[in-house]
Design a protein around this ligand. Structure first.
Ligand code: WQD
Length: 340
């Protein structure tokens, strides 16, 4: 059993990973400042599913003293899983300095506190946006980065470069997990994506439109060089993504050689267009979605999806769910969370 500090533990990916860790018998502590999460409702939902009430420290990672003080409260934290970061491609274009400050300063403070307290393993929430508009897809972990298409993507590139240099001077074992497009809800339908700010990602925008929270949605771009003119992404079910984190932690902890740094793509290897995602939703929800075809969105890449063979080999990880499972669980969660 490990003692795991999860930053962003009340967020979407963080909470689902916390559940997986608890179900695997690990002890979990959360740091989450609530900027894009509902802290108390999420802790309650985690308790409903696992029977465990986690402790969350409402701390801003940009404040080193506050961050470091959390470590002083606990003896021998084995692993840190670092989710807490701003992640909207669109918002990062309008607020680049806010994104660099939050995402980069938060990482540096966390690494300093971790090093000072002897933490042995560190898992970083990275993103496929580090690849930019790749020349060849699917992308592998050695695909050469193109310029990031948004300050969000660039903040993830900067963080991975910081980890590379930090790794050369540290005994900590590090994994950077490059997520593709996380989506869907927990199998129990007791928890799912519940952004405290207006949803911007495709799947929650679809379900909010379908349930009537939005009159309609816009497909950003209809004339891209893809099979139907809309962007291609690799949508990965949140349950598969959570499973990958626990497997990555076991991988790092098992590794006797100290000071390793491994990067892993976490995607399904299936590229799905926006219009195909909408059709999948309409099929599972047996409804027609109200959408219009609009202009491209600043910061979007046209197409990206993963080669995840490395995670399959080294983590013994395989995604088990596809776009229809994502839409089915997301829709059921949207209906459940709006039940009067
Ligand atoms: C997906 C596609 C949009 C909304 C995300 C996360 C980022 C990172 C990478 C993990 C794009 C289109 C969307 C809408 C649309 N994940 N879209 N209408 O931009 O690929 O980035 O995955 O780190 O954190 O944000 O995801 O869901 O915003 O967009 O047409 O109303 O859906 O143009 O092609 P994106 P997204």
């Amino acid at each position: 059993m490990s003692k795991v500090l999860v930053t962003g533990g009340c967020g979407y990916i963080g909470s689902h990973t916390v559940i997986d860790l608890l179900e695997q018998g690990h002890e979990v502590i959360s740091i989450d400042n609530g900027i894009n999460s509902e802290i108390d409702p999420t802790i309650d939902r985690i308790f409903q599913i696992t029977g465990s009430k986690i402790i969350n420290h409402k701390v801003d990672l940009c404040d080193f003293e506050d961050t470091n003080s959390v470590f002083d409260l606990y003896k021998n934290i084995d692993t840190i899983i670092h989710f807490a970061a701003l992640k909207s491609v669109g918002d990062s274009v309008t607020d680049p300095l806010g994104y660099f400050h939050n995402n980069v300063t938060g990482l540096i403070n966390l690494l300093k506190a971790a090093e000072a307290h002897g933490v042995s393993s560190f898992i970083f929430s990275s993103s496929c946006t580090v690849y930019g508009e790749a020349d060849v897809i699917p992308v592998t972990e050695t695909t050469v980065w193109k310029p990031a298409a948004s300050p969000y993507g660039r903040s993830k590139q900067i963080c991975e470069l910081i980890l590379e240099d930090f790794n050369k001077a540290s005994q900590m074992n590090i994994a950077a997990l490059r997520y593709f497009n996380p989506a869907g809800a927990h199998d129990s339908i007791k928890i799912g994506e519940s952004p405290s700010q207006k949803a911007q990602n495709l799947v929650p925008v679809i379900t909010e439109t379908a349930i009537g929270k939005r009159a309609s949605m816009t497909v950003f771009g209809q004339n891209y060089d893809t099979r139907d003119g809309s962007c291609i992404r690799d949508y990965i079910h949140i349950m598969d993504l959570a499973d990958a984190h626990t497997k990555a932690m076991i991988f790092l902890q098992k590794h006797t050689s100290r000071g390793i740094l491994e990067v892993f793509n976490l995607g399904t290897g299936n590229g799905v267009t926006v219009l195909e995602a909408i059709s999948a939703f309409e099929e599972v929800s047996k409804s027609k979605l109200n959408y219009i075809l609009g202009e491209p969105r600043e910061g979007d890449v046209v197409s990206i999806y993963a080669d995840y063979k490395k995670a399959e080999m080294l983590l013994q990880w395989n995604p088990k769910r596809g776009i229809k499972d994502i839409m089915d669980s997301a829709w059921k969660w949207e209906l459940a969370r709006n039940k009067k």
